[in-house]
Design a protein around this ligand. Structure first.
Ligand code: HEC
Length: 283
């Protein structure tokens, strides 16, 4: 009986894996799927909302960067995206970075430059886990790409904190969030109403900040998307023009061949397709 169960289990999991249903997918299925939101960059012909990226950077740097790193983004990436060069230089110079060694072999601290990457909140993984109840806040650079439902997921997750339903026990240090696989997340609700003030006068409501930081994280995971999409649109347009002229030219070149009629004759009398002689009609 036990053997039959083991065999059935193995066969089922092998079949599951064969159809791409992995354990990770099964885990993701335990979570509530987030709604689809109308992001400004949802379709291939649309671009990011750059004002939103700018506000999103502020949310990241003031709130999320207390626990999450953003290793793949340097200050220079902000230039031309949501800040001018001077502004980005000022932002970088606000933080100190360890550089060196100098002539005496000593490491030293200096203000940040455009080429510096975003500073990490913790020195190493152990320090990060120690500060967060043993949970590790993941790097956010590619988070939007790494999770199913992408920015919809991040947005829903940030807003998804709820009282646990009756019968669900959430242990100390975890929070109930139905969008997170397993519904119990070690990250506390990070946003609160009116927490930040934006330079453009936008009110920092929870959903506004969640939207902006999700747009920002979508940008960090694909910073060149706008350029690529613009190039894509140009190439499709060019291909359309080229292929229609090529099609026309092909018709022109082949027209002499395609409209030719080949006739076989016997004694100068044409033969029709069944092979009979096409005699001139009797009069
Ligand atoms: C107090 C520290 C803290 C702050 C502040 C914080 N987080 Fe987290 N975050 C965590 C921890 C810890 C985890 C790991 C949760 C887990 O594995 O249960 C996490 C996980 C995540 C995840 C990954 C969830 C997954 O599917 O694995 C995302 C996305 C995320 N945080 C986004 C944010 C954003 C955006 C902000 C800023 C608005 C933010 N966090 C602020 C601690 C924090």
């Amino acid at each position: 009986m036990l053997l039959a169960k083991i065999v059935a289990g193995t066969v089922a999991s092998a079949a599951g894996a064969a159809f791409g249903y992995t354990q990770e997918k099964a885990k993701a299925d335990e979570a509530l799927p987030p709604p689809k939101y109308p992001w400004s960059h949802r379709y291939p012909w649309q671009g990011y909302d750059h004002a939103s990226i700018r506000r999103g950077y502020k949310v990241y740097s003031q709130v999320c960067s207390a626990c999450h790193s953003l290793d793949l983004i340097a200050y220079r990436n902000l230039v031309g995206t949501c800040y001018t060069e001077e502004e980005a230089k000022e932002l970088a110079a606000e933080r100190d970075f360890v550089d060196g060694p100098d002539e005496q072999g000593e490491m030293f601290e200096r203000p940040g430059k455009l080429t510096d990457h975003m500073p990490r909140p913790y020195a190493n993984e152990n320090a990060a886990r120690f500060a967060n109840n043993r949970a590790l806040p993941p790097d956010l650079s590619l988070m939007v790409k790494a999770r199913e439902h992408h920015e919809d997921y991040v947005f829903a997750l940030l807003l998804g904190y709820k009282e646990p339903p009756a019968g669900v026990v959430v242990r100390e240090g975890l929070y109930y969030n139905p969008y997170f696989p397993g519904a119990k997340i070690a990250m506390p609700m990070a946003l609160s109403d009116g927490q930040l003030e934006f330079e453009d006068g936008t009110y920092g409501s929870i959903s506004q900040m969640a939207k902006d930081v999700s747009t920002f994280l979508a940008w960090t995971s694909e910073p060149f998307q706008d350029t690529l999409r613009k190039m894509g649109i140009k190439s499709v347009f060019l291909l359309l023009v080229m292929s229609s002229t090529t099609f026309y030219y092909k018709r022109k070149v082949w027209s002499t061949v395609k409209t030719r009629v080949v006739q076989f004759t016997k004694d100068h009398i044409p033969i029709n397709y069944v092979g009979e002689l096409n005699r001139p009609p009797k009069v």
